[in-house]
Design a protein around this ligand. Structure first.
Ligand code: ADP
Length: 262
């Protein structure tokens, strides 16, 4: 018996990095996984289903059940199509992990409006677009779990990440409101701020330094380890009492797991 046995999970941006680690871990824990990724280029443009299909192949080779999806999370049509595919395949959605993302780091004074719009669109609007149909379905069907991806950048600020920090701060605020509005329907809404060395972060000098320093980067900074925290958050072990809770998980390796609202 896996921790997510029989649950249907949608994971966005799951063709690489953390999302792929979540998808594989979910598959191993018995979930049926819709693996979404727009694929292609590093910035999320490109439109190939390849990376998502590769993760699906890994899951099925390990005895799990999964399906690939190549829709863009940042449009309403994309969010709806992702939901529709999961419904068509399995007839329900128990878990949504909003993980898709891109980086366009630049100092604020040199930054462009185009990058601002793009980063806001993929992260903040993407979370909105994917959550909208899922939240509505969960509201009418006894609840479920939604985990959004925030960042220490959104809570504390990181140099060169005004667009990303603003989007991630917005996701944090959205999470809190959805947790309040969702709790009476049994919808558990949380966000995680992972710190991992992935394709997205490997070029950031701070991450490389931390990863290379012997005691600098927590063991849990590895995607597969962070994925175990995600499994826990999406399992029935991580409950929600009647008052509703928003959990914020950041830097799992240094054990920052706190309830920010109860
Ligand atoms: P990390 O694992 O650090 O979060 P990655 O770049 O490895 O970062 O993974 C983010 C994933 O999100 C990428 O695979 C990328 O293709 C995907 N992605 C980016 N934009 C979109 C989008 N609009 N729709 C769906 N997936 C996207």
């Amino acid at each position: 018996m896996g921790l997510l046995n029989g649950k249907v999970a949608i994971i966005t941006g799951a063709g690489n990095g953390l999302g792929a680690a979540y998808a594989r871990a979910f598959g191993a824990e018995g979930a049926k996984v819709l693996v979404n990724d727009l694929g292609g280029a590093r910035d999320g443009s490109g439109g190939s289903i390849g990376p998502a299909q590769q993760v699906v192949d890994d899951i099925t080779a390990a005895g799990g059940e999964a399906v690939a999806n190549g829709n863009d999370v940042s449009t309403m049509e994309g969010g709806q199509a992702i939901f529709d595919q999961a419904m068509k395949q399995w007839g329900r959605v128990d878990i949504l992990v909003n993980n898709a993302g891109i980086l366009r780091d630049e100092t604020f004074h040199k930054g462009s409006e185009a990058n601002w719009d793009l980063v806001m669109k993929v992260h903040l609007k993407g979370t909105y677009c994917c959550t909208k149909p899922v939240f509505e379905w969960m509201r009418a069907n006894g609840g479920g779990t939604i985990v959004n991806t925030s960042s220490t950048s959104g809570l504390l600020g990181n140099f060169g990440q005004s667009n990303y920090g603003a989007a991630k701060g917005g996701i944090y605020g959205l999470t809190r409101v959805l947790a309040i509005e969702g709790r009476k329907y049994g919808i558990k809404v949380m966000c995680m701020s992972p710190s991992a060395l992935t394709r997205m972060t490997e070029d950031l000098p701070r991450y490389r330094e931390l990863a290379e320093a012997e005691d600098g980067f927590p063991v849990a900074g590895l995607p597969d380890t962070i994925a175990q925290s995600m499994v826990y958050m999406c399992s029935d072990l991580c409950g929600m009492d009647k008052s509703g809770k928003v959990m914020h998980v950041g830097r799992p390796g240094i054990a920052e797991l706190k309830v920010v609202r109860s």
